[in-house]
Ligand binder design. Structure first.
Ligand code: GLY
Length: 260
């Protein structure tokens, strides 16, 4: 069984960090409804969901993916590259450290979980504006004994590596190759986003299904044409905060953790 950790939408989400997006007003009530529907989709797909309360002092805290990296049997608590996001890790650390072994990225390292793409036993880590070389070195050292290889990947033009590429099947990637070089993933097969949907590379794989933004119908059709089962969710308000479907959850295999 899969376990998902999510956190409610902050009432301050309108003051979120923005890097590549222009600020637009965010309808908090609508964002909350969209988040509830997203969480409902995770439940429908068999996840046991834990929801941490929203924090009105942490605008980006709904984007829990950036706060940790979960691989079999261990959590690495991240150290977000944006200073405004560092306090987000406190509640995540408190929750996860009761349930599984925890490592931590320490200063001067920075690492956002959105920069970490797992493909089998390889962790591709984006060298974005949020994740630095020291963070990658710490992640590599911390997970070497767990059997993970960590490979740094250049990413530009977007916030995180997983803005540019996500895994939609075993060794099957959905990619925006204007932001990351597909040659970095030569062991994998790549589906390119539709050219009219430049922000469409972020997809969330949950078991055999892909949770995917309704905003990108052309790329959704490409996924379906590749034999994938796609479950659409409307995350338009959350997207204005430069977030996407992977950002709103941490999901792991419950078999790897202690009962809670
Ligand atoms: N607003 C998402 C981020 O910049 O981290």
């Amino acid at each position: 069984m899969k376990t998902a950790l999510v956190r409610g939408v902050s009432s301050a989400i309108g003051s979120c960090e923005l890097t590549h997006f222009t600020r637009q007003p965010i309808d908090v009530a609508k964002a909350e409804r969209q988040h509830r529907a997203y969480v409902g989709a995770l439940r429908d797909l068999g996840c046991r969901v834990h929801e941490l309360p929203a924090d009105p002092t942490l605008p980006d805290s709904v984007f829990v993916e950036d706060t940790a990296v979960l691989v079999d049997g261990v959590a690495v608590i991240a150290r977000p590259g944006a200073a405004s996001r560092r306090k987000e890790i406190d509640a995540i650390d408190a929750f996860l450290s009761l349930r599984l072994p925890v490592l931590r990225i320490e200063s001067p390292g920075t690492l956002d979980g959105g920069d970490v793409l797992r493909v089998d036993r390889t962790l591709y880590v984006g060298t974005s504006g949020r994740t630095n070389a020291a963070g990658i070195v710490q992640l590599r050292a911390g997970l070497a004994s767990y059997g993970y290889e960590v490979r740094a990947v250049r990413v530009s033009g977007c916030l995180h590596l997983k803005s540019a590429v996500t895994e939609v099947g075993d060794g099957l990637l959905l990619i925006q190759n204007e932001w990351v070089d597909a040659d970095a993933f030569s062991d994998c097969t790549c589906i390119e986003v539709d050219p009219q949907e430049s922000r469409a590379a972020n997809a969330l794989r949950v078991g055999a299904e892909i949770v995917y933004p309704a905003a990108y119908p052309r790329t959704a059709a490409r996924l379906r044409d590749s034999g994938l089962r796609v479950r659409l969710v409307d995350v338009s308000e959350l997207a204005k905060a430069e977030g996407a479907v992977t950002c709103c959850s941490l999901i792991w295999d419950a078999a790897a953790v202690c009962p809670s």
